[in-house]
Design a protein around this ligand. Sequence first.
Ligand code: BGP
Length: 506
Amino acid sequence: MDNNVFPKDFLWGGATAANQIEGAFDEDGRGLATSDFARLVSKQERDTEGKFDEHVPHNASSSEMVADMKANPDSWHLPKRWGIDFYHTYKEDIALLAEMGFKVFRMSISWSRIFPNGDDKQPNELGLAFYDKVFDECHKHGIEPMVTLSHFDTPLHLAEEYGGFLSRHTVDAFVHYAQTVIARYQSKVKYWLTFNEINNVLSNPFTSSGVILGGAKKVSDGNPYLGHWQEKFQAVHNQMVASALTVQLAHRINPNLRVGNMLCRLENYAESTKPEDQLQVLFEDHFNWFFTDVQANGEYPYYMKRFFKENHINVEFAPGDKEALLEGTVDFITISYYMTYVMRYRGEPVPKPTGRLVSDIKNPNLELSAWGWPIDPIGFRITLNHIYDRYHLPIFISENGLGAVDQLESDGRIIDDYRIDYMRKHVEQMREAIKDGVDVFGYAWWGPIDLVSSGTSEMTKRYGMIYVDQDDYGQGTGERKRKKSFYYYKKVIQSNGAELDNDIKY
Ligand code: BGP
C-alpha cells in the first residue's frame, strides 16, 4: 500500500485560541472580553447536577451574571483570565511545538488586546507588539502562523453597549480591527480565519458573538428568551457580512493573503432507515451548511427561506450587504471535527436548530470520550468528502482532538495511548479522504498543549501532547512535560503521514 499520500508541503500542526492560553487578561492595556466571564464548570459539578449537557450555559450569558462577576470576581472561578500563561511562556511553548516538527500554528489574536474596547480609534501598541513577537518566534522555527481574528472573545464593551454583533457598530469595529492587524502582519501571516465556529452563535451567542440575550442595554426587550432566533440570526448575518468585508480587504491589502471560514462541522446520521429520520438529517444538515454556504457561495441558500418565514425571522440586510457577501467569498474552507450525531424525526415538517452540541441519541457503534463525545474517525472521511463535494475548495482541518483525563506516572511520564489511538485513526481516515480526491492542505490538532476548555473552562479536560502542570483552579507549577503522544505526532509529521503505527519509544 502506498502510504505517501500527503502533499509534500502539507501543513501539520496544532490549534489554540488566545482566550484559552494567553492569560494576562489585564496586562499591557488589554480590555475585558466575553471570555473573561466564562465560569468553571467542572465535570464533578455537572455529574452532581445529574446533567451531561455540554450546553448548559457555562459561560455568563446574562447581564446580571456579568455584573456579579465584575463586582465579585473572587467568588467566581474564571480560568480564561489566567489561561496557561502563554503571554509569558510563548517562546518556550513555540519551541516545544517546533520540536514536534510543526509546520503551522493556528492561534488567535485577542481583539481586546489590540482595541481594549473593541471600537477604539487607535490600536494598543503593546498588544500589537506582543503578536509581532509571537509571529517572529514562529518564523524563527519555520512555523507558519494561521490566525483567527475572533475566537470566542468579543470585547466586553461591545457586548454590553451594543449587544455585540446585533449591532452594525460592531461590524464596523471588527472591520477596523481586521484592517489594522492584517495590514500590520501581512508579511508575517498569510492565512487568516474570520470567526471561529461561526455556527456557535446558535448555542453560545454570548461568547461567540457578544450577544447577551435580553440583557444588553441597547437591545433588551425585557424578555431574555423572546425572539432569540431573530437575534441570533441577525447577529450571525452581521458576522457573515463582517467576514466577507474582511476577505475583500485582505485581498486588497495583499493579493497573496488567503482567508478562510471556520465551521464546527456536525455530520449527522439517521437513527434508522425511516425516511423521516433521514429528513431530520437533512434539516439538521441545513442548519450546519447554512453558514458555510453563505461564506463560500456568497448568498443565502434557498432552504432557509421557509424556516425564516414560518418562524417570523426577519434578517435585515443593510444596503450593500448582498454585494458584500457575493464579493467576499472565502478562499478555503476550515472545519473543526470532533464527532458525529444521530438524528430522529421530531415530528415537525420544518427544521429547528437544537443548539445542542452532543446529541441526545447515542450511537451504539461508537465509543465515547470521557466527556461523552462520540469518537468517529470514519465520520471524518465522510465529512471531508461531503465538504469537498459541496464547495470544491481546499480544506484545512482547523481542529480535531480528544479531551481526556491524563494520569501522571510516578516517574513523571504521561502515557496517553488513547490520544495516540484517536489521532492515528483520524489521520488514517484523512489519508483515505485525500486518496478519494479531497483537497486537504493541512491538519491542526486542537490543543497541542493543554489549555483551558472552551465549553467548561476546565484544565482537567486535556487535549495536549504537551502536559501543563496546572489544575482547574490555576494551581500548579505550570511546568510543561512531553507526553507519549508528543513523540507520536513528531513521527507522523517527520514521515509526512506515512508512518502511523504506534511503535514509538517513550
Ligand atoms: C471548539 C472550539 C475550541 C475548543 C474545542 C474543544 O468548539 O473552537 O475553542 O476548545 O471546541 O472544546 P472544549 O474545550 O469545550 O472541549
